[in-house]
Design a protein around this ligand. Sequence first.
Ligand code: FMN
Length: 175
Amino acid sequence: MSNPVLQNILNRKSVRHFSDDKVTKEQIEILLRAAMAAPSAKNVQPWAFVVVTEREMLDLLADKLPYAKMLFRANAAIVVCGVPHKAGDGTPAGYWVQDCSAATQNILLAAEAIGLGAVWTGVYPRPERVAVVADALNLPEDVIPLNVIPIGVPDGQEKPKDKYKAENVIWNKWE
Ligand SMILES: Cc1cc2nc3c(=O)[nH]c(=O)nc-3n(C[C@H](O)[C@H](O)[C@H](O)COP(=O)(O)O)c2cc1C
């Protein structure tokens, strides 16, 4: 596949090992623009993005989150948060997870596209992780952290996986 967008999708991988090179504010802004270009039900955009760049906070989150230890080496992190009240009454309660997941994937793809590495580390729906992140970042009551995305310059260890499986495709009707 020579199309550059498809190439980028296929090259994306979870990156958990980073070099010492810095991530710039301009690069973070590109990731945020990509995030907010995501689709959302009724276009309500029920999200907020907490950008963490301070070493102390990155280390605190790394310390408290069992599966996000790569934050110790990351230069920055984006915490993708759902803000369900932005959706109003007309939208089913669970749609914010899907909307914020779409924004998350856009961040991961944009990171790949500009030579950065990132990994989705899950927070919601694990109550203990939600509590840790909400407390550390002083999130308001109705702001729910879906994930923490550590970001850095990849050290080159990780490679994309070929996950295409024909058996996962059902044409027309399940037999
Ligand atoms: C909802 C969700 C939660 C995840 N949580 C973690 C996590 O806590 N820590 C981690 O290292 N990776 C986490 N991952 C990344 C997956 O392990 C990774 O996407 C998967 O192994 C496939 O590898 P790839 O992203 O390189 O294709 C998570 C991914 C998703 C979608």
